[in-house]
Design a protein around this ligand. Structure first.
Ligand code: AMP
Ligand code: ZN
Length: 113
């Protein structure tokens, strides 16, 4: 198994895991871009969001539910947060295992750089 996030999901590589469930795992980003920066990933290997659709509604719902719950736990539910996923080189995807960035705890500008 070569995928970095598959290895984190399996526990082979340590990470600051904040949620572990049967379908979804969440852990702190190693290079945080905001006071709260958590990555929410499917346990099964999915390369990016472009692979998912209506057939994966349950998994997508769980990813969003976990992110929203963690936003509450991390104290940014009311101040606000971003939930973003990068797909492909122009978007800056560097790890080819779908992940949603949960970012919060500071004001963020728009548009993104
Ligand atoms: P992206 O650029 O959207 O593909 O995001 C990949 C994210 O994974 C970056 O924010 C990295 O800081 C983060 N990252 C890379 N390696 C690790 C790791 N071992 N543990 C936690 N986060 C990581
Ligand atoms: Zn993977």
């Amino acid at each position: 198994m070569t995928c970095l996030f598959c290895r984190i999901v399996s526990g082979e590589i340590p990470a600051q895991v904040v949620y572990r469930g049967p379908e979804v795992t969440a852990f702190r980003d190693i290079n945080p871009q905001a006071p709260v920066h958590v990555l929410v990933v499917p346990n099964r290997h999915v390369e990016s969001i472009s692979e998912l659709g209506s057939a994966d509604a349950a998994l997508l719902g769980q990813l969003i539910e976990v992110a929203n719950e963690l936003a509450r736990q991390e104290g940014v539910a009311d101040s606000g947060y971003r939930l973003i996923t990068n797909r492909g080189p122009d978007a800056g995807q560097t790890v080819a295992h779908l992940h949603f960035h949960l970012l919060g705890g500071r004001p963020m500008s728009w548009p993104p750089g």
